[in-house]
Design a protein around this ligand. Structure first.
Ligand SMILES: C[S@@+](CC[C@H](N)C(=O)[O-])C[C@H]1O[C@@H](n2cnc3c(N)ncnc32)[C@H](O)[C@@H]1O
Length: 358
């Protein structure tokens, strides 16, 4: 996977954005950038992303009402999502909603001037702007659940993934990932879980091999797409697939419940990543496998595409260490592998592990 939608690169289009600032005391003309709102008329995108560092705000204004900041950012988020606010209909056109958000206001959270640019991927551009313009921002992949986002909640980030999936017919294509195919094609079939399955390309392929697969993803649009793809499969394959909208960092992952736990390009912050890898390893039954593939840390400087934030990336030995900390788990392979894409060579982490029989 390259981060490039199947079907090639989209044409560059113009967009507008405003930086969202927290202005604790307008009289002192001091502010901290806390987010970005991006509007792209050509792609029908109105999206926002926030990253608030409470410590920085407290340093600037010790008596700042942080709840008021959170509430203001949630209002920005609501307008982007079409949830509607007083004086602005939920179904107002995106341009009108952007105009509303970009209008000067005298509250603790204010938009800066409108700027413009050109991009072939408005959602990725939003992440890049956040990284470039908001101090202390540590997470650059759209879709990630960040406790410091406007609402502090996971739906906002699942929503960003929803918009991404809604923008493009098949974001990651129909074929399974090449490493998933190579590593799983000769495994004895059984029960599999595909954690953060996206549109389900890997789960669908496993089901055609005879696996009984549960695909979980927190994006409603992704799961809807997976269900639609399933409906086009022969009945036997359909029966083997179950899809569920769920947050893999919050749901119960039952120990010793699957013969294959699959993690394919799930990029989380370190603590959540560690917890998920550990939980996935625990899910594996004796003789079963865990397969993990994701963008490698080396990709940042030596490869193409993928998240540009080191903290979200994988490192084979780190993953292997986390897996073997789970009793009974043993590593089959853990290495950095090359994936050739239209944009160049990407580097992925590939780890396969198994649970030894008792
Ligand atoms: C890069 S895509 C990979 C999709 C799929 N695994 C594949 O390889 O085609 C990452 C997916 O992770 C999902 N995701 C991210 N964080 C998640 C979470 N906490 N719970 C469930 N899904 C999550 C996103 O919605 C997105 O579909």
């Amino acid at each position: 996977m390259t981060g490039t939608p199947a079907g090639g690169r989209a044409q560059p289009v113009g967009y507008q954005y405003v930086v969202v600032r927290c202005v604790p005391r307008a009289d002192r003309e001091e502010f901290v950038n806390v987010g970005v709102v991006l509007y792209c008329q050509a792609r029908d995108v109105l999206a926002c992303a926030f990253s608030v560092d409470p410590a920085r705000l407290t340093a600037l204004a010790p008596d700042l009402d942080q709840d008021a900041v959170t509430a203001s950012l949630a209002a920005f988020d609501n307008v982007c999502r079409g949830a509607g606010v007083a004086g602005l209909a939920a179904e107002a056109p995106l341009g009108q909603r952007f105009g509303y958000l970009a209008a000067p206001r005298s509250t603790v959270v204010q938009p800066g001037p409108i700027h413009g640019g050109v991009t072939d991927d408005p959602h990725s551009e939003l992440s890049r702007l956040l990284v470039r313009l908001v101090p202390g921002h540590t997470h650059r992949e759209p879709g990630h659940r960040d406790a410091r986002t406007s609402s502090g909640s996971r739906p906002m980030d699942a929503g960003t993934w929803d918009r991404r999936y809604q923008d493009v017919e098949l974001v990651w294509g129909l074929e399974p990932n090449q490493f998933v195919r190579a590593q799983c094609q000769s495994l004895p079939v059984g029960v599999a879980v595909d954690l953060a399955c996206g549109e389900g390309r890997n789960a669908l392929w496993l089901a055609t091999l005879g696996w009984q697969v549960l695909g979980l993803d927190f994006s409603v649009a992704a799961i809807e797409r997976a269900r639609a793809l399933t409906a086009a499969q022969p009945e036997g394959v359909q029966r083997r697939l179950t899809w569920r909208v769920d947050d893999v960092t919050a749901t119960t992952l039952h120990p010793s419940s699957v013969d294959l736990a699959l993690l394919s390009y799930v990029h989380l912050l370190p603590d959540e990543r560690h917890a998920l890898v550990t939980a996935a390893a625990r899910m594996v039954r004796p003789s079963g496998h865990l397969l993990l593939v994701g963008h490698d840390r080396r990709n940042l400087h030596e490869g193409v595409s993928g998240p540009q934030d080191e903290s979200l990336l994988y490192e084979p030995l780190e993953v292997a260490r986390q897996i073997v900390a789970v009793p009974g788990m043993s590593i089959d392979l853990a290495r950095t592998v090359e994936r050739h894409t239209d944009a160049g060579t990407a580097l992925d982490t590939l780890v396969r592990a198994r649970r030894l029989t008792d």
